[in-house]
Design a protein around this ligand. Structure first.
Ligand SMILES: *[C@@H]1O[C@H](CO)[C@@H](O)[C@H](O)[C@H]1NC(C)=O
Ligand SMILES: *[C@@H]1O[C@H](CO)[C@@H](O)[C@H](O)[C@H]1NC(C)=O
Ligand SMILES: *[C@@H]1O[C@H](CO)[C@@H](O)[C@H](O)[C@H]1NC(C)=O
Ligand SMILES: *[C@@H]1O[C@H](CO)[C@@H](O)[C@H](O)[C@H]1NC(C)=O
Ligand SMILES: *[C@@H]1O[C@H](CO)[C@@H](O)[C@H](O)[C@H]1NC(C)=O
Length: 385
C-alpha cells in the first residue's frame, strides 16, 4: 500500500506524545542493533537525479546469545529527520505531533571486549519493505524475529522509501515510482540491493560494523528472505535469481517481475490480509501454480495490508486504542499489536524451520487452537533436509 493511502483517514487524537517504549521481544534471545550505509560500486542509481553510485542503508538485528549478555537500553525507533517526516505524514490521520520521535525500541548493548564462548551459527533473514515504506517501520517485527535466533537485516531502498536518512544526516526522498513498468524496474533494483548486501556479508569491515557483539557467527549457508508488499515481490525475485537464498516469504504483496512467468522451485510462503486471495490478486493466481516446492498460504483474520507494518504495535505503544481507531481499521485492521507480532514470528519461524528440515508445525497445515485467527488457505509441504 502506498503511504498516501493513509492520508484519507481523518481521525483526530487529542493526546500529546510522551515517550513510549515498544515491548521487549518475547523470544529467548536479547537483540542488539546497528545500522550501516553501503555503497554499491557496480551499480549506478537509476533513480538518482545525477550520475551516482547506488547507496543504501541497512539495519542489523542480532541475537545476543543469551539474555545475560544483554545490557538493556532504549534507542530511538527512527533517527530524528525520518521521525519528523513521518510525523508530518501521519498528522493528517491525527497522530499527535512528536509521536514517531517519542517511540523507543528496547535493545541490548553487548560487551564486545568480553570473551565470546562458542555459539551456534545464526541463520540470516533479509527483509525488504513495502513500496514507499522506510525499513524502520518494520523494526519491531525484525527484532521479534531476531529474538528467536535469527540475524535479521532490513534494507532501505532509496528513492522508493519515503525517506532514507544516512549517517551524515543527508536524506534521500522518494521518487515517483508508480507505473507497472517503474514498479517492475524497482523490484529489479531492489533485488540487486539484496544481492549486493549478501556479497558484503563476506566483507569483515561490514560484518564487524553491523554485528560487533554477535556471540557466534552468520550461517551464510542458511539465508532466507521475506518482505512486505513490494518487498514480498522482491523476496520472490531474490529467491528466483540469487542461489544463496533458499526460501522466501511474501507478506501480503502483489508479485512483479520474472517470477510471474518462471515461478520458483524453492520453498515459498504467502501471508494474506483477511479477504485477499488469488481471486482478487491475479499475480497470486499466476504464481501459485508455478511454485514447485513447499508452499503455504495463510490469511489472518482482523488484518489489513497495513497490519504487516509495525503500525498495530506502534498505535498500541502510543496508547491510541480508542474508538476513533475504527477509522483506521480499513488500513491496519483490528488485530492487536502484540498478537500480530506473535503470529508473524511464530509462522515465519515455523515455515523456515520446516524448510530447514525440522518437523512441520501443525499450524502450517491447518487450524490450531493457539491461533484460531490464522486460516490456512493452501498448504503443500514436501520433505526437506
Ligand atoms: C567487558 O568485558 C571485559 C572483559 O571481560 C571486562 O574487563 C569489562 O569490564 C567489561 N565491560 C563492561 C562494561 O562490562
Ligand atoms: C507520478 O507519476 C504518475 C505516472 O507517471 C503520474 O500520473 C502522477 O501524477 C505522478 N505523481 C506525482 C506526485 O508526481
Ligand atoms: C568492504 O566494506 C567497506 C565498508 O563498506 C568498503 O569500503 C570496502 O570497499 C568493502 N570491500 C569489498 C571488497 O567490497
Ligand atoms: C515447475 O514444475 C513444472 C512442471 O514439472 C516445470 O515445467 C517447471 O519448469 C518447474 N519450475 C521451476 C521453477 O522449477
Ligand atoms: C477470495 O476472497 C473472497 C472474499 O474476499 C471470497 O469471496 C472468495 O471466495 C475467495 N476465493 C477463494 C478462491 O478462496
Amino acid at each position: 500500500m502506498l503511504l498516501s493511502q493513509f492520508f484519507v483517514a481523518t481521525a483526530v487524537y487529542a493526546s500529546n506524545a510522551v515517550a513510549a517504549t515498544l515491548p521487549t521481544p518475547s523470544g529467548p534471545h536479547g537483540v542488539a542493533f546497528a545500522t550501516l550505509e553501503l555503497i554499491n560500486p557496480k551499480l549506478l542509481d537509476p533513480w538518482a537525479p545525477s550520475k551516482s553510485l547506488r547507496r543504501m542503508m541497512v539495519s542489523g538485528f542480532y541475537p545476543t546469545g543469551n539474555r545475560k549478555h544483554c545490557q538493556p537500553k532504549t534507542i530511538p525507533y527512527m533517527p530524528p529527520s525520518t521521525a519528523a517526516i513521518y510525523d508530518k505524514m501521519y498528522s493528517s490521520i491525527g497522530l499527535p505531533p512528536g509521536s514517531f520521535e517519542s517511540i523507543k525500541l528496547p535493545v541490548c548493548d553487548v560487551n564486545i571486549t568480553a570473551k565470546r564462548p562458542n555459539h551456534p551459527q545464526y541463520p540470516v533473514l533479509l527483509f525488504s519493505p513495502g513500496l514507499g515504506n522506510s525499513r524502520l517501520l518494520y523494526g519491531a517485527m525484525a527484532q521479534s524475529l531476531a529474538s528467536q535466533g535469527y540475524v535479521v537485516i532490513t534494507i532501505d531502498h532509496p528513492y522508493d522509501a519515503a525517506v532514507v536518512e544516512f549517517p551524515d544526516g543527508s536524506l534521500t526522498l522518494a521518487a515517483n515510482i508508480s507505473t507497472v513498468d517503474q514498479i517492475t524496474r524497482a523490484v529489479e533494483v531492489h533485488r540487486k540491493d539484496a544481492s549486493f548486501l549478501l556479497d558484503q556479508l563476506h566483507n569483515t569491515t561490514v560484518t564487524h560494523q553491523l554485528f560487533a557483539g554477535l556471540r557466534g557467527s552468520l550461517d551464510l549457508g542458511n539465508i532466507k528472505m521475506l518482505g512486505h508488499s513490494l518487498g514480498g515481490a522482491t523476496a520472490a525475485a531474490v529467491v528466483l535469481q540469487d542461489d544463496r537464498v533458499h526460501a522466501g516469504i511474501n507478506l501480503d504483496g502483489t508479485f512483479f517481475g520474472p517470477v510471474l512467468q518462471k515461478g520458483l522451485d524453492l520453498p515459498f510462503m504467502i501471508f494474506a490480509h483477511q479477504g485477499k486471495n488469488e481471486s482478487n490478486d491475479p499475480s497470486w493466481a499466476k504464481v501459485w501454480p508455478l511454485l514447485n516446492s513447499s508452499k503455504v498460504q495463510v490469511a489472518i483474520d482482523g488484518t489489513q495490508h497495513g497490519s504487516y507494518v509495525d503500525f498495530p504495535i506502534l498505535l498500541k505503544t502510543l496508547g491510541l486504542k480508542s474508538a476513533r481507531l475504527a477509522e483506521l481499521e480499513g488500513l491496519i485492521g483490528t488485530v492487536e499489536g502484540e498478537r500480530m507480532l506473535d503470529i508473524l514470528t511464530t509462522y515465519i519461524k515455523a515455515f523456515f524451520d520446516f524448510v530447514g528440515g525440522k518437523p512441520a508445525y501443525a499450524g502450517l497445515q491447518g487450524p490450531t487452537k493457539d491461533f484460531p485467527e490464522v486460516d490456512v488457505i493452501h498448504s503443500s509441504l514436501v520433505k526437506h533436509g
